[in-house]
Design a protein around this ligand. Sequence first.
Ligand code: SAH
Length: 211
Amino acid sequence: MDFDRPREILTDSLKFQIKDRWVLAAISKVPRELFVPPELQALAYEDKPLAIGYGQTISQPYIVALMIQALELKGPEKVLEIGTGSGYQAALLAELVKSVCSVERIHELAEAAKKLLGGMGYKNITIGIAGDELGWKEHAPYDGIIVAAAAPSVPPSLLEQLAVGGIMIIPVGSRWEQELIKVRKGQHGNQIENLGGCRFVPLIGKDAWQE
Ligand code: SAH
């Protein structure tokens, strides 16, 4: 099956809502079909979330693009992703910034993503297994943090790992529906913006949901 044309059509359809041309260029480049299970490959360019096993999902391309666009990336940044999942969003980020750190709590997903992204030639992505604490303190501070799972509130432990002037994008709300929140960390307080409704799998851990 040829995926180039479907990828082009999806990218074109996102142009109405996503204005950052670098984000669109990344979407038009990264083969999403490689990040979904073989039996779902035919659906890889529908603008929908898809099951990737272990009760988790690869997010809808529009939401991924919206979240990445909201990070206002220029190129030299170090970005932290919480929830590697399939590795698709990490690949998009790696097209746009200097380095990507990504943590995942399900070992099998982390291993599969590491293998896939390594095989694709990405050298600027570091994948780690999530510990008890949210995020990855060892590599902090980050210029951007993108959380691919939903939290009951903005976790202070993640804000601590964000550099001053940095941006965090995180779905906040109940276990079933959330608002996408953009937090810009300031010297003397944070600026908060609501980017609209969304639905994500729960973020599990201290400062978030219990399994
Ligand atoms: N970004 C992914 C989508 C991930 S879905 C992609 O592009 O495919 C959200 C992921 O967050 C799930 O794989 C889930 O296991 C993971 N997750 C949940 N809580 C977490 C935590 N505390 N730390 C790291 N990963 C977490």
